[in-house]
Design a protein around this ligand. Structure first.
Ligand code: COA
Ligand code: MG
Length: 332
């Protein structure tokens, strides 16, 4: 049932048209919003935000002092005892990195909660780092067994990580699926990556094109989610819109956010536009008719259409259906 369908025209941006329904599959993961776990106010606020995934952060949005890190971890642990927290499929936690004194306790405490289904792992540089993480998850799960697999998402934020991208994306745990058996997605942390590589950021983002493309393609090679960088200019929504469209063109499936105002634009961009869905539906219809009359290629609105376009069109329709978007029926 396609109910409550409405068309939104982003007149302030690029006039692209997207149709969406308020019914949305929980498997659609377009927006990943960070919420600093050091703040009661922001934790409370996270109960009202509509991000597909909420990343409760213990890393860089928390001050590095030991007491602040420990307080944030305790605060988050108590928060997860509440009855009104988001459904577990929407909850992720970003722990501190494996080279900090906080990592082991983060894992030991946070994974006691059955609400945590996704771990974001900052500063993963190699598959060996993931083995180290997996050993600690395994130790915790021996005390607090779980039946639902944990999703593991390494954050790519160094030259070494980019160099080792294939082995990170294809990593397999020595401890089986429940302990984060494989990687579920790759996430790009642009600011740390630039700090590591001395790349200088510009508004054009061209200096990050190679890296973002590599990450999106490595994710595709292993069937993973590809999560694009944070747009730090959180007050400039046109900048965000442009960056979202750019990320989607590169193949990313979603994007990180730092402010609630960024969520709607991310969610509306990381789905096919109404024009794309209509074109995909026309392609599938036209190619069915072509194959029925022993033809492999057709002309559609001045473009040659053949087998690869069927593959792309099928994916577009699949994503549209998953997101609860209206898919037109083409009958003639
Ligand atoms: N999650 C939930 N709520 C948030 C939020 C977030 N990440 N960021 C802002 N809000 C809330 C504020 O609490 C405020 O609520 P109120 O209207 O009830 O008072 C409202 O949204 C507007 O916030 P605003 O005043 O515009 O933001 P700010 O100037 O207070 O804070 C940031 C700006 C960037 C510091 C803040 O958004 C933030 O801390 N973001 C996360 C940063 C982070 O996690 N970084 C690490 C990952 S890269
Ligand atoms: Mg970082």
């Amino acid at each position: 049932m396609q109910t409550l369908i409405r068309a939104v025209v982003h007149q302030n941006f690029n006039q692209s048209i997207r149709c969406f329904s308020t019914r949305k599959s929980p498997t659609v993961r377009r927006s990943y919003l960070y919420v600093p776990s050091s703040s009661d106010k922001l934790l409370e606020k996270s109960l009202t935000v509509k991000s597909d995934i909420i990343i409760y952060d213990l890393e860089d949005s928390v001050s590095p002092a030991s007491t602040d890190k420990e307080n944030a971890r305790d605060r988050l642990y108590s928060f997860f005892q509440r009855k009104d927290i988001p459904q577990p499929e929407r909850i992720a936690v970003r722990v501190n990195d494996i080279n900090t004194p906080f990592f082991q306790q983060d894992i030991a405490h946070i994974l006691q909660s059955s609400s945590v289904r996704t771990l974001i792992l900052p500063k993963i540089h190699s598959a060996q780092d993931l083995h180290y993480v997996s050993r600690h998850i395994h130790q915790t799960y021996q005390k607090y067994p779980k039946e639902i697999p944990l999703r593991i998402i390494p954050s790519i934020e160094s030259a070494r990580a980019l160099w080792n991208l294939g082995s990170i994306a294809g990593w397999k745990s020595e401890h089986g699926a429940l302990n984060g058996g494989t990687v579920s997605g790759l996430l790009f942390a642009a600011e740390d990556y630039c700090a590591d590589t001395s790349i200088l950021r510009t508004r054009s983002r061209q200096e990050l094109l190679y890296t973002r493309s590599q990450i999106a393609i490595a994710a595709k090679a292993f069937g993973l989610e590809a999560i694009d960088m944070v747009c730090i200019h959180y007050k400039d929504l046109e900048y965000l819109q442009d960056e979202c469209e750019d990320g989607r063109r590169l193949g990313f499936s979603g994007k990180q956010a730092i402010h609630p105002t960024q969520i709607e634009i991310i969610q509306n961009t990381f789905v096919p536009t109404a024009e794309e869905i209509l074109r995909a539906a026309k392609i599938l219809h036209g190619m069915r008719a072509a194959h029925a009359s022993q033809k492999g290629a057709i002309g559609l609105d001045g473009e040659m259409i053949d087998a690869p376009m069927i593959k792309q069109a099928t994916k577009i329709i699949e994503i549209a259906k998953e997101a609860g978007l209206e898919v037109p029926q083409i009958d003639s």
